[in-house]
Design a protein around this ligand. Sequence first.
Ligand SMILES: O=c1[nH]c(=O)n([C@H]2C[C@H](O)[C@@H](COP(=O)(O)O)O2)cc1CO
Ligand SMILES: [Zn+2]
Length: 161
Amino acid sequence: MKRTDYISWDEYFMGVSLLAAKRSKDPNTQVGACIVNQDHIIISTGYNGFPKNCSDDVFPWERTGKDTKYAYVVHAELNAILNSGGQSLKGASLYVSLFPCNECTKAIIQSGIREIVYLSDKYADSDATLASKTMLRAAGVQMRQLKPHTEQIVLDFRVDK
Ligand SMILES: O=c1[nH]c(=O)n([C@H]2C[C@H](O)[C@@H](COP(=O)(O)O)O2)cc1CO
Ligand SMILES: [Zn+2]
């Protein structure tokens, strides 16, 4: 008899996104993304962080003031698109822990991604999110908020030997 407590595809790919988010150095919001093709194969992952060679210890993580993170940080979704190494994203699904902003949405639509599965929509009332939703609706990209059947998945690094 097969196991019955295995995780669903949605939980698996959102779980990968959440694990990617754990790599983020952002002290306030850690975002993770995972792009999956129609065969359920992971094409790419990403999290929010500064561009290559722009040191996490030099560039600012402040949210307010003269010099903020917003000018420098690459969003998780854009990193995932850029990390896909030129593979076609046509018909792919994007799993992301936070609803995409309008700038990422432009790249998502242009890359051919057809579905966005998200967890949090904490900036739902922002102009960026409203613009995202307007563009995604116009472009016919599906959006759905994941309602997980489980509250958490624990990774256990302990082994027998
Ligand atoms: O979709 C997103 N993807 C993404 O990676 N981010 C990143 C940019 C920032 O590093 C952080 C948001 O920071 P804050 O919540 O402090 O404003 O999340 C933010 C959004 C939402 O706009
Ligand atoms: Zn974005």
